[in-house]
Design a protein around this ligand. Structure first.
Ligand code: DPP
Ligand code: ZN
Length: 867
């Protein structure tokens, strides 16, 4: 494995116009015939070099003539055929072993169902091919298999033919009329239940919608189906984008490395993002099902109809599609709450990545293993970059840009530059400066200077930006970003915003454009020093370094017109107290006084009556991962202790309000956002009150709950308490849901994430529990990944957590390198800890680095982390 560099991109020497695949499916040994119509588009002397891995070559024929062994060269990762004509047909016969495929890339078996995962480079494990996204081909797929075991045979596109083969086997032929890259190929064969519905597109196309799940789980596919129909409607209404085939399949499988996959007309999903019913799914699960179904559906245009030229452009489809699914959820649910939740995730996952050894731009410059770049940066920061374009061009301008992008590039493999060019051209704007976001890593930091001149009623705001160095990028340039701001009077009223030189105020909230290292704006007609509300709606993915007074924070917490900023003010106030508390805990001093914060929180809480989902967000204190990013040296015990202390103080201060939240008649369960909001607030209150009252109320709710959200929230509270009820509830939960893998994953994850001291011993014991298996990524992420995310116990001072993770990673790497390298990222922030932990973490990674036969996936992560 050599590094692949973006600068080295060359167009392919050959195109493959048409692909005919024939599969004879058997778990142990599947035969694959590929008939490829190949055409030279590059140099006349170029040899044909096809990608291929882990397959057995049975025969090769060029234009009907078998190729002797001296006419080609077969290597572990490629097949080279020199001296080919300018246009020819190549037939490749190969054999693969799906049952032995534990990496879950290519064709594999999940619970007796054949399925595929080809993004990014899995197709080369099915047949030899130009396995790169800029080679677009029309596919016809013939599948033959035993009818009894595999009654359902699916591939992309429309069913062209089906017949019985007489010998207990049957055959199906699928035609996909849309040229597509090989990573969007899919095949599914097995015995599955089908849930059906229909959708009529805006222009009258009648589309059959089919969701395939394990038998017996049909009743858990309804919310996914509803989400799919709403997604289809939304994309028509919001972007004028319609579905383009007569059938849309979603197949849920239990063994899947990622969340889901947007294969043309045959999405394959990790079943945790399809299956949901009140007894087994939390409100978060419902929201995730909705979001992921929408995300994969939206890829049909942003990803499939317009795909990526090369994998460095991954954010072209992922950042854009994440932005689209975020907007869908914002429209379907609460915009403010969605924004808050997305920013929480960005700060907990992407900011640490951007500030550590794995930092990379949303369009990376090089990689060893592209699987390592399905990151929070490419996805979530990529979505923030799209969102900034929307802020800079406004909604209509953004839509014009999308329309032009689709008109120009439909049917093509495009680049990020082309996307931004469409945005610029549709709006007559020069966005060349904005393009720096695609190449520059790191989270910009904004600093502010404000002054007010009472004599002239002028308020001046200076915003400066600076992006800290990241690996390989010591010097950063200023970025083009929206500064979405407003000014608030001491009375809490928004001040009309009139810049010097303007004839009249233009609203009370505006987007200023920062392009320089430092810029100043002067507002006139501002009689008294205002309170600044900046980065409203989190318009730019930056850190604002602000020394706002506690009074100003309290004012904004209750009066800022932007709900996101009200939440943000509460987070800032809490963070400030927590940082003081962390310093105090580390030095054995008492925690700082919390009265002012608690009073402000109470006032802010009272001001949002009627929006329980938002109120729940307001009450949620900053998380441990976020706090860890804010301190010079991470002290996990001090962070945990400080947060616990502030939680107790908030509970005491808001006790009457919290008890009031818990009163009122029980509501019948419904999965909609408003009902979920009530549950979120009630469970938030339950958690706080348990710090005063102990486990009784949580135990009572655990027993009485008629839905998974309430039951699991109670269990999560109990799992943080060292009480007998904890053991009883965990045992009961297990027995209640024995045999339901998805629910037991929650049970594994809760125990792995517990802050109680014996957590590592519990996790070790659970490795042998029947609910756990090394073959299933969801289980690994729940138990082993859950422990890696347990800041307190993973970072135990004696290094036991690190040693455990090394053992797990080394065990997993030979069988599933993608999963192993994801777990390995837990060591990435090692330099942020004290000297003893740094040494332990470095030793742990060196143990991994020294392991013979380590996958390129892990080698790349460990190499970058130690560099
Ligand atoms: N392309 C997938 C997604 O939707 C990842 N495998 O993000
Ligand atoms: Zn995606």
């Amino acid at each position: 494995h050599q590094p692949i560099r973006r600068a080295d991109y060359l167009p392919p020497d050959f195109g493959i116009d048409r692909v005919e695949l024939e599969f004879d499916l058997e778990p142990a040994r599947t035969l694959v015939r590929a008939r490829l119509a190949i055409r030279r588009i590059g140099a006349s002397d170029a040899a044909l070099v096809l990608d291929g891995e882990d397959m057995e070559l049975l025969g090769l024929a060029l234009d009907g003539n078998a190729l002797a062994a001296d006419r080609y060269r077969l290597e572990p990762t490629r097949l080279t055929i020199p001296g080919v004509p300018d246009a020819f047909e190549l037939v490749i016969d190969g054999a693969i072993a799906p049952a032995a495929n534990t990496a879950l890339e290519g064709l594999y078996i999940s619970s007796s169902v054949f399925c595929t995962q080809c993004e990014p480079e899995g197709f080369r494990r099915i047949t030899w091919f130009l396995d790169r996204p800029d080679v677009l081909s029309v596919f016809r797929t013939t599948i033959r298999a035993e009818r009894a075991r595999f009654p359902i045979l699916l591939s992309n596109g429309n069913l062209a033919a089906a017949r019985d083969l007489g010998d207990g086997r049957h055959e199906a032929v699928w035609d996909d009329p849309f040229p597509k890259p090989s990573y969007l190929f899919a095949l599914v064969a097995g015995d599955l239940a089908v849930v059906e519905d229909r959708f009529t597109t805006r222009s009258g196309r009648d589309v059959a919608l089919k969701i395939l799940v394990e038998h017996g789980k049909e009743g858990r596919a309804g919310y996914a189906m509803d989400s799919l129909k709403r997604s289809m409607r939304w994309d028509e209404e919001t972007y004028g984008l319609e579905y383009d085939l007569d059938v849309f399949h979603i197949v849920a499988v239990s063994d899947f490395n990622m969340g889901a996959m947007e294969n043309k007309s045959l999405n394959v999903f990790n079943d945790r993002f399809i299956l949901a019913d009140p007894a087994t799914a939390t409100d978060l699960d419902y929201a995730n099902v909705e979001g992921v179904v929408a995300h994969e559906y939206f890829h049909n245009w942003t990803g499939n109809r317009i795909t990526c030229r090369d994998w460095f452009q991954l954010s072209l489809k992922e950042g854009l599609t994440v932005y689209r699914d975020q907007e869908f959820t914002a429209d379907e649910r609460s915009r403010a709450v969605k924004r808050i939740q997305d920013v929480r995730v960005l700060r907990a996952r992407q900011f640490p990545e951007d500030g550590g050894p794995l930092a990379h731009p949303i369009r990376p410059d090089s990689y060893l293993e592209i699987n390592n770049f399905y990151t929070a940066t490419v996805y979530e920061k990529g979505a923030e970059v799209i969102r900034m374009l929307e802020a800079l061009l406004d909604r209509d301008g953004f839509r014009r840009g999308m329309d032009l992008y689709v008109a120009r590039h439909d049917g093509e493999a495009a680049t990020c530059d082309q996307f931004v060019a469409a945005m610029a051209d549709a709006n007559g704007r020069d966005l060349s400066h904005f393009l720096r976001w695609y190449g520059q890593a790191g989270t910009p930091r904004l600093t502010l200077e404000q002054s007010h001149d009472a004599a002239t009623g002028t308020y001046a705001l200076t915003v400066s930006q600076r992006t800290p160095p990241t690996p390989g990028q010591p010097d950063k340039l200023p970025l083009h970003l929206p500064v979405h701001m407003g000014l608030i009077g001491r009375d809490g009223a928004e001040i009309p915003l009139r810049l010097e030189g303007e004839n009249a105020p233009q609203g009370t909230s505006r987007v200023l454009e920062l392009t320089e290292a430092s810029q100043t704006w002067r507002f006139v007609g501002v009689e008294a020093p205002p309170v600044l509300s900046i980065n409203r709606g989190f318009a730019a993915p930056v850190v604002v370094e602000s020394s706002e007074s506690e009074d100003d924070l309290a004012l904004r917490m209750r009066a800022d017109a932007d709900p996101f900023s009200r939440w943000e003010a509460a987070q800032s106030f809490a963070t400030r107290l927590l940082l003081a508390g962390i310093a105090a805990a580390a030095e054995g001093r008492p925690p700082p006084p919390t009265d002012a914060f608690v009073a402000a929180l109470a006032a802010a809480f009272d001001a949002v009556e009627g929006d329980p989902a938002f109120a729940a967000e307001l009450l949620a204190l900053p998380g441990e991962l976020y706090l860890a990013e804010q301190v010079a040296v991470i002290d996990v015990e001090a962070i945990h202790a400080a947060r616990k202390a502030l939680r107790a103080a908030v509970a005491q201060g808001l006790v009457d309000r919290l008890r009031h939240v818990r009163t009122g008649p029980p509501r019948p369960f419904a999965p909609d956002a408003a009902s979920a909001g009530h549950r979120a607030l009630a469970n938030m209150a339950l958690g706080y009150l348990s710090t005063i009252d102990g486990p009784a109320a949580a135990m009572a709710q655990y027993r009485a709950a008629d839905n998974m959200t309430d039951r699991f929230s109670a269990l999560a509270i109990l799992s943080e308490l060292d009480v007998p009820e904890r053991t009883a509830a965990l045992a009961d939960f297990h027995d209640r849901h024995a045999g339901d893998a998805l629910v037991l994953n929650k049970w594994l994850g809760l125990q792995a994430g517990s802050s109680l001291p014996d957590t590592l011993a519990t996790v070790r014991a659970l490795l042998d529990h029947p609910a756990f298996s090394y073959g299933n990524p969801n289980k690994i992420y729940a138990l082993v990944g859950g422990f890696a995310g347990n800041a307190l116990r993973f970072h135990a001072a004696d290094g036991s957590g690190y040693a455990f993770m090394v053992d797990q990673i080394l065990r997993l790497d030979p069988q599933n390198p993608q999963v192993a390298s994801r777990l390995l990222k837990a060591f990435g922030r090692w330099r942020r800890f004290d000297a003893d932990r740094q040494a332990l973490m470095r030793d742990a990674m060196e143990r991994i680095a020294a392991t013979p036969g380590l996958s390129p996936d892990c080698r790349e992560i460990v190499g970058l982390s130690l560099a």
